[in-house]
Design a protein around this ligand. Sequence first.
Ligand code: ASP
Ligand code: MG
Length: 449
Amino acid sequence: MSNLIIAKFGGTSVADFEAMSRCADIILANAAIRVVVVSASSGVTNLLVEITKTTNVTERYDAYAGIEAITLAVLNHLAQPEQVAQAIELLLAELKALIENGGAVYSSAHKDLIQSFGERLSSALFSQVLSERGAKAQCFDIRRVMRTDSRFGRAEPQVKQIAELAEVHLQPLIAEQRIVTQGFIGQDEFEQTTTLGRGGSDYSAALLAEALQADTVQIWTDVVGIFTTDPRLTDQARCIAEISFDEAAEMATFGAKVLHPATLIPAMRRNIAVFVGSSREPQAGGTWIAKEVQQRPPYRAIALRKSQTLITVKSPDMLHAAGFLARVFDILSRHQISVDLVTTSEISVALTLDEGGMTSAFSHAVEPALLELRAFCDVVVEQGLSLVAVIGNHLHSSKGITGELFQTLERINMRLICHGASKHNLCFLVQDADAPGVVKQLHSRLFSL
Ligand code: ASP
Ligand code: MG
């Protein structure tokens, strides 16, 4: 269908009846929005996660009560609650049964099933809100289309099958009515419910846009778009009107929290434009992410990622020793440790790991790798570092960028710099405590007009 828009509304956008009504206004104003993807109402997924984590039955029921309260508050605002009351009651009863019969710990399959209730409840409620506003709307169970593998908690979408299933089950419906459906959830080949990982609704929307050959995905959230940097760090941060896929992908990778990092993958595959805006202030504009943009300024944004771990591996044997790097990376890859930044000198290699700090689960994965590395070289692990990424265009070949950087950060101890490998970013590490000041100073230098 040409001129098709998939609109996704995040948790705060469907937090309660008023918020849902604002989303309905946005949808009704645009006839091209045929598929609406919703997150769980704000807070609900966290409560569901709590249910799956605690072994304490009272705590499980407390979390359930929170979810029920959020759900019933919306239901009670409806003009015709009876239209969805039965569906909602069934969902709540099913969730309660999972708590009652849960046993001490849930399997990972059960965890995903439990986490799916947030989106299943919000989509049922929201389709009724939309119907009451005069739209022809139907709630659709996306598990019929969103086929994934069985990696619970972080299931991998099966793009080809999703396209086939969307063609059969979804495409015929959207000409007749607007479809309201769930983000975040899917189903494996054994009809078990899966989830795409926290924040995955953006990704769902982009996958559906790809499958239905839409030309735009709208991501409606609680911020008016993507900013030049985190507005909490400087009051000079401003909304970016337009940004290329490449730059936006770098931003997502380096810590900007506006989009789920995988969202742009389907969009880039099919050249689908992505719009990010605030459902509270739709008139405030937003950010367009597209393949072609009018301007490609050298500096577009500064991203910050805290709590990085830097590992320096040093071997006197590295001098002329072929295969040292291969050996280091082989060990890391065998332990499934993904590396972010790398710099090398003749006898050492420094790298950062792609994970926020040394959480206990993370150090669990890293320790055995370190042990292997220590068998043939010195290994130093440093923590408490922040990765600052300057994102823009032609940074690898721009004159003056490093000059600007060193001048601005004269008094700061920079731990590692990566420059030259990417056209779109220049990264460096500083101490966590210095990072907010560094971003602020650098932003004012690179973006003040
Ligand atoms: N409800 C899910 C979460 O909170 C998915 C999403 O909001 O995108 O993570
Ligand atoms: Mg969310």
